[in-house]
Design a protein around this ligand. Structure first.
Ligand code: SIN
Ligand code: FE2
Length: 199
């Protein structure tokens, strides 16, 4: 796993925040349901890109439409495509960008990103807004974990072996950033979903 602290400066964070807010007007945040349908998540979600990650009563999957509006997801902002190219050195396009919105009490349980058809492509995630306590382990749930605080502008790359490591967000730290009006945190996760083009 690679952590790139402060990869985005304040101007880049503000520009990206504004793009994401514009895009959320088209594809509003919604509160996802866990498979089975008994529990909702404390994180609200949306997506951009040809495909978006969803969870609902029926399970986890990728879909090309917003579950509530029925409209295709908006395009991934160019700045995010460029960022991914820069940090991975890989030119092919990510297909999905999951947008997670954390409020003061939100958390995300330990999980592996494994609903994609290709694990060779790295997962790139960008943090905006309040700091988060990010926990990362290894290939099994039993593996020891370590915790790190992610700040606004930080980028995490899960690649190689770490592509399939367990990770999650234990809490956020309200009041640690003024980037987002009303506080909270946005995380943008870029993924390749179908097979990555070779060469
Ligand atoms: C995720 O694993 O989907 C998001 C991680 C984060 O919010 O930093
Ligand atoms: Fe994840």
């Amino acid at each position: 796993m690679r952590l790139l602290p402060g990869h985005l400066d304040l101007a880049a964070q503000r520009a990206l925040r504004d793009r994401i807010h514009a895009l959320l007007a088209e594809a509003p945040l919604y509160r996802p349901t866990m498979p089975g349908g008994d529990k909702t998540m404390s994180v609200r979600m949306s997506n951009c890109g040809p495909l978006g990650w969803l969870t609902d009563r029926a399970g986890y999957r990728y879909a090309d439409r917003h579950p509530e509006t029925g409209r295709p997801w908006p395009a991934i902002p160019d700045a995010l495509i460029a960022l991914r190219d820069t940090v991975t050195g890989l030119p092919y396009r990510p297909e999905a960008c999951l947008i997670n919105r954390y409020d003061a009490g939100s958390r995300l349980g330990l999980h592996v990103d494994q609903d994609e058809g290709d694990f060779s492509a790295p997962v790139v995630s960008v943090s905006l807004g309040d700091q988060a306590l990010f926990r990362v382990g290894g290939a099994t749930r039993k593996h020891p974990t370590r915790s790190l605080r992610l700040s606004s502008g930080d980028v995490v790359v899960l690649e190689g072996e770490s592509r399939l490591w367990f990770h999650g967000v234990d809490r956020i730290y309200p009041g640690t950033s003024t980037l987002l009006e009303g506080g909270g945190r946005l995380n943008l996760t870029l993924r390749r979903v179908t097979t990555a083009p070779s060469g």
